[in-house]
Write a protein that binds this ligand. Structure first.
Ligand SMILES: C[S@@+](CC[C@H](N)C(=O)[O-])C[C@H]1O[C@@H](n2cnc3c(N)ncnc32)[C@H](O)[C@@H]1O
Length: 188
């Protein structure tokens, strides 16, 4: 997992908003070019677990909100955005992506690492079957979301992406990592 986290955080710089910040597992991977991370995280327990990592971080980190569906930042105010294993869990992934697009500067980049819908029909069938149980047991996490489709639908341009199975049971391990941008001439 550390390799994937290093890969997705590569190229982050300036003012970065991270949705689903969790307990701060990406902190050690932020590049030196990051000036500040603005964290959005609803779970009090995750925010508590993050405290020590934040205290030890060389990059300043500020919790600025509780819900990626409504980010308390101005339009076009961030250079980059980051989400890892979060689009699967948020209630409305489309609304989160609309918010990320809004707060990104034109030309800004969204770095994502997610698990999601497999292109293999036999695995996808299991994912659809297991989805209701997964959502109940894993805090709303879906197995059947397709990150690249959601990003394209939200108006992002995929700059690069890689998809593959990681180790583990296939319904949970089809991973997508990549970077998408908000077009440089996009309206706020
Ligand atoms: C599977 S965890 C991933 C945590 C962390 N990003 C990581 O890679 O370890 C999903 C995170 O999304 C958070 N989350 C759930 N609903 C959210 C929302 N509406 N807005 C922002 N984050 C949310 C959860 O509290 C949790 O911390």
């Amino acid at each position: 997992m550390e390799r994937w986290r290093s890969k997705v955080t590569g190229g982050l710089k300036g003012r970065v908003v991270e949705v689903g910040f969790g307990s701060g597992l990406n902190i050690e991977h932020y590049p030196g070019e990051v000036d500040i991370v603005l964290a959005v995280e609803p779970a009090a327990v995750a925010r508590r677990l993050a405290r020590q990592r934040i205290a030890a971080s060389s990059v300043p980190i500020e919790h600025i909100g509780l819900d990626g569906q409504s980010i308390p930042l101005d339009d076009g105010s961030c250079d980059c955005a980051l989400a890892t294993f979060t689009l699967c869990t948020v209630p409305d992934a489309r609304q989160v992506l609309a918010e990320l697009r809004r707060v990104l500067k034109p030309g800004g980049s969204f770095h994502f690492l997610e698990h999601g819908l497999s292109p293999d029909e036999s695995v996808a069938r299991w994912q659809r079957r297991l989805d209701p149980l997964q959502r109940r047991l894993a805090d709303g996490c879906h197995l059947t979301r397709d990150p690249l489709a959601l990003l394209s639908e939200a108006g992002f341009r995929i700059e690069w992406s890689q998809q593959r199975y990681a180790r583990g049971p296939r319904p949970w391990s089809y991973f997508t990592v990549g970077v998408a941008t908000k077009a440089a001439d996009a309206a706020p």
